[in-house]
Structures are given as C-alpha cells and as structure tokens.
Design a protein around this ligand. Structure first.
Ligand code: SAM
Ligand code: SF4
Length: 321
C-alpha cells in the first residue's frame, strides 16, 4: 500500500498519454503552437503499462487516462485493454473533450473502459467555437450520446466563466440531469498558459445562480473526490471543485504521470521525479522506488490558499488537469 507522510493512502493515478490536443481552450492552451514534444520523449503504451503494473501492484485501484486529448493517441483501446486484462477490477476511467468519441466509444467500452468525464462548457455552438477556437459542439454532443448508448458512465465537467458561459449553468445542469449524467462545475484555475481576460466564477457565485432555480442541500465531500456535492430536492447531485480552497487535500489520494514520465505528487507543486529512464531500461525495482519516493513527498495542501505560495507553472494539458 502507498501511504504518504500525512497518512493518506494513495491509490489513484492519473495518466496523461499526450499533451497534444485538437482544441485550443481559452483556459488551457489558447495559444499553444503545434510544436509538440518529440515522439521519442513520450513513453510508449508498453512502457506506461509497465509502470501502471508497478502502481497497481503497490495498491493503486483507480487509473484515469487523460491528456491533452487522449483520443488523439492511436491504439488507445489496446492500452486500455492491457490495463483491464491485468486488473479487471480497477476503476478504469478517462477524461476527454469527446470530439473523436463517437467512432470509438464502443471499442473503448469493449476494451474495459468503465467511465468517462467529458468537458462541456456550453450548449451553444458559437460559444463552444469561442472557447475551443474550433467548431466542436456537434461532435462533442454526438460523442456523449454514443458513449451513453454503449453503456459508459458519463460525467460532465464545466468551467464557468464570467461573460462567456455563466448564463448556461442551469442549461448544462439540465442537459446532464435529463440524461442521468453527473455534473461537476470546476472553478477556473488561473495559470500562465490561459487567456489573460478570463474571469472564473467561485463556488459562492455558482451556488447563487443555482439557488435562483433550485433548492439544494449541502452534502459535503464524498470519499476521495475533490468535488463538494450538493443535492437537489429530487435527489440529483451536482458537484463543485473548489481549488481555491484546500478542503479536499486532507483526503487526496492521487498522483499524476505525464506522457514524458514525470511523476507528480500534487497538481499545484513543481516537484516531480521522472520514471522514464527506469522504465525504458526495464528496471521495475527502481520505478517502484521512485513511486514510493514521490508518494512520500506529497505535500499536505495545495498552494492556492498560501499567500506566499506560488502555484506551479506546469500546464494543465501536461498534467492532465
Ligand atoms: N482534453 C480533455 C478534456 O478537456 O476533458 C482532458 C484534459 S483537460 C486538461 C482536463 C480537465 O481540465 C478538463 O475538464 C478541463 O476543463 C480542465 N481544465 C483545463 N484547464 C483548466 C483551468 N484553467 N481551470 C479549470 N479547469 C481546467
Ligand atoms: Fe484540450 Fe482539454 Fe485543454 Fe481543452 S481543456 S485545450 S480540450 S486539453
């Protein structure tokens, strides 16, 4: 079992399989040129799998595939199947923008994927175009429909932004509620890679909007999820991820692996160790030692609430959000 210095059990790894993306979301990588990491710097699926096996053997029970956009990486279904065949009981999930999901949802489900989180910030094509800088909405919604049709569990992530999609909070909530999908509103996280004029909404502002349409009860946190949950009178639950607070840090169970092998103990800190060399030379013992070392260095709290602390400059498209 992996236990950090604050007695938290670490049993969840988020694996970014690429930093590439087919969107240019304003809050993530609005100006990133198409100058990607050279292919040879990326870990192959076989190498990533070798490390995931180590993590599973050490007690990891949940693996989330993310990016960049994970569906851009060829043979993703084969990678999912490798993990599933090794440990069928693992909670195997993915986060995606869903643009390419329609054609592959069944293949991913058949390979062993159980759940998918999809980013939907708007239901208006022109707003989606403005956020992603591409005409994306139809493909995204078709992808979600297909995922539901093949039996994947789908949850939606929405980043509410003032003057952009703040008038759609209730519409997106309805869209999810009608389809029995969960929704989590993510407070915009300021970062040096995002467009400068974005103004996020904090949880109080979000709750204020929702309270004009619904009565809800504060359900607090559920297990290790960073979401603060609220339930409507009919029992439907929505979540808010509030990174500007550190309430979820005391139950944090996650570490992150980038496509280049950086193993990161906390999204908000620059500290990391690289597993690439160890995995490439097949040194599984060394990879396991690095994993334990990284878990040991997991900080107690994120840095948003620390007035002297500076948030990491690492991009969300590298860490997988
Ligand atoms: N491309 C996939 C997607 O968009 O779902 C997976 C990677 S993306 C980096 C993972 C999550 O990070 C998405 O839900 C996205 O909305 C969120 N995200 C990215 N930048 C963010 C920011 N500045 N603030 C809050 N959430 C952000
Ligand atoms: Fe791509 Fe996801 Fe970042 Fe948008 S949030 S640019 S879809 S990685």
């Amino acid at each position: 079992m992996l236990i950090d210095s604050y007695d938290r059990v670490v049993d969840y790894i988020r694996v970014s399989v690429t930093e590439r993306c087919n969107f240019r979301c304003q809050y993530c990588m609005p100006e990133k040129p198409f100058s990607w990491v050279p292919k040879e710097n990326l870990l192959s699926f076989e190498e990533l799998f070798e490390f995931i096996k180590v993590a599973i053997d050490e007690g990891v029970k949940k693996v989330r595939i993310t990016g960049g956009e994970p569906l851009l990486r060829e043979d993703l279904d084969k990678f999912i199947k490798m993990i599933y065949d090794y440990a069928p009981d693992i909670d195997l999930a993915m986060t995606s923008n869903a643009f390419l999901l329609k054609g592959v949802a069944k293949k991913l489900k058949d390979a062993g994927l159980k759940r998918i989180n999809v980013s939907i910030d708007t239901l208006k094509p022109e707003v989606a175009q403005k956020i992603a800088q591409k005409d994306v909405l139809k493909n995204v919604l078709d992808g979600v429909q297909e995922a539901l049709h093949v039996g994947l569990k789908v949850k939606v992530n929405m980043v509410p932004m003032k003057g952009v999609n703040e008038d759609e909070i209730i519409d997106v909530l309805h869209y999810c509620k009608e389809r029995n999908m969960g929704i989590r509103f993510i407070e915009y996280m300021e970062n040096v890679h995002a467009a400068v004029d974005i103004k996020g909404m904090n949880s109080d502002e979000l709750l204020d909007v929702i309270s004009q349409h619904y009565k809800f009860v504060d359900e607090g946190f559920d297990g290790h999820s960073p979401s603060h949950y609220y339930s409507l009178e009919d029992g439907y639950k929505f979540g808010i991820i509030e990174p500007h607070k550190d309430d979820f840090c005391s139950t944090c169970n996650r570490i992150r692996l980038t496509a280049e092998g950086q193993l990161i103990p906390c999204l908000y800190f620059d500290e990391a160790m690289n597993i690439s060399a160890a995995v490439k030379r097949g040194d599984i013992k060394e990879a396991a030692l690095i994993l334990k070392e990284v878990v040991k260095t997991k900080p107690e709290k994120n840095r948003w609430s620390d007035p002297d602390g500076e948030a990491s400059k690492r991009a969300f498209y590298e860490t997988g959000g």
